[in-house]
Design a protein around this ligand. Structure first.
Ligand SMILES: [Fe+2]
Ligand SMILES: [Fe+2]
Length: 335
């Protein structure tokens, strides 16, 4: 009963928040579906059922353990409850298998998002600044690099984690703004929305990978909060006003990322950092061999950064030539 009462309060709160009166809400929730909604809200969530389950997402197997003392019918009912909860919106997530038939364990990416990194890319390439805009971008990046080196010094792992939290922002902001521009102007983006969002996702996967190996300290997490607040808004404004400078800035930022990962590799080769086994997420994402190490991961991440460098310098060059990005072919799939 308490659950039903709480559910009614919650439904009422949703109605008030969305500006719906109880009578108007009936246009959205028929009496049948409303009682179904109430019934669902009142039902205990699976992780409350399975007190012994350590998994965040309780499975029907966990429900099985908890209900093993009950009758077979009770067990079946609870099992069905669990399945109904999982498929609440009527969406059944398809199980994905690896090529060898083992279950694909990642929800954050699918096999179609994984790839073999192109490590043949030139990691020493540098865009020589020839315009004032380029020089401003380079000087700003060099200044930020000096600050981060001062802060992290030889802690390459934490440096990589923090770098990725920043590096994943520009692609998302650029992609979002191009998306809005496409809507506003009733025009195609030339594939650039997807290309920039791909870059952001690739950077986020770098972060997810390094998080498996290095755990940032509380003050480093606090720094990420502060930096993201400033950087997201700053980059948003910059991209709106001066997209050429924004892309050039990211191009130089990626050059520094390549340099940072080169130093990381040197530290691993010197033995000043342990070359631990590669995290499972990295093996699946970059299709690395099962005995891959941290060095192999850093090697492919560095190649990705070199690709981001080229994509952003290319975008800045397109702007420099007075073109719109939509008129230049977007490097989709070019990680
Ligand atoms: Fe990255
Ligand atoms: Fe990058």
């Amino acid at each position: 009963m308490k659950g039903k009462a709480a559910a009614r309060l919650l439904v009422r709160a949703i109605e008030l928040r969305s500006g719906l009166t109880p009578s108007s809400s009936s246009r959205h929730f028929s009496s049948g579906s409303r009682s179904f909604f109430l019934d669902k809200l009142a039902r205990p969530v699976p992780h409350q059922i399975s007190r012994c389950g350590s998994s965040r997402f309780s499975s029907s197997a966990a429900a099985h353990v908890v209900n093993s003392q009950n009758s077979p019918t009770d067990h079946e009912n609870h099992k069905n409850d669990d399945q109904q909860f999982s498929n609440y919106w009527g969406i059944i997530t398809k199980k994905t298998l690896r090529e060898d038939g083992t279950p694909w364990p990642w929800n954050c990416f699918k096999p179609s998002d994984s790839y073999v990194s192109d490590t043949s890319i030139d990691v020493k390439k540098h865009h020589i600044p020839d315009a004032v805009v380029d020089k401003v971008a380079l000087k700003t990046v060099k200044f930020l690099r000096a600050l981060s080196d001062l802060f992290f010094q030889e802690r390459h792992g934490c440096h990589a984690v923090l770098l990725e939290t920043v590096a994943a922002v520009p692609g998302m902001v650029g992609g979002m703004l191009l998306h809005c521009k496409s809507l506003r102007k009733f025009e195609h983006s030339g594939g650039w929305i997807k290309a920039l969002l791909e870059e952001a996702e690739n950077e986020r996967m770098h972060l997810m990978t390094f998080m498996e190996v290095f755990q940032p300290k509380w003050y480093e997490r606090a720094l990420v909060l502060a930096v993201q607040g400033v950087f997201f808004n700053g980059y948003f404004a910059l991209y709106l006003i001066f997209p050429r400078l924004a892309h050039r800035f990211v191009g130089y930022l990626e050059e520094e990322a390549v340099a940072s990962y080169t130093e990381f590799l040197a530290a691993l080769d010197k033995g000043s950092m342990p070359n631990t086994p590669a995290p499972a997420i990295a093996i699946d994402y970059w299709r690395l061999p099962s005995d891959a190490t941290l060095r192999d991961v850093v090697f492919v991440v560095r190649a990705d950064e070199a690709h981001h460098r080229d994509v952003n310098h290319f975008a800045a060059d397109a702007h420099l030539q007075g073109k719109e990005l939509k008129d230049s072919p977007a490097p989709i799939g070019y990680h």
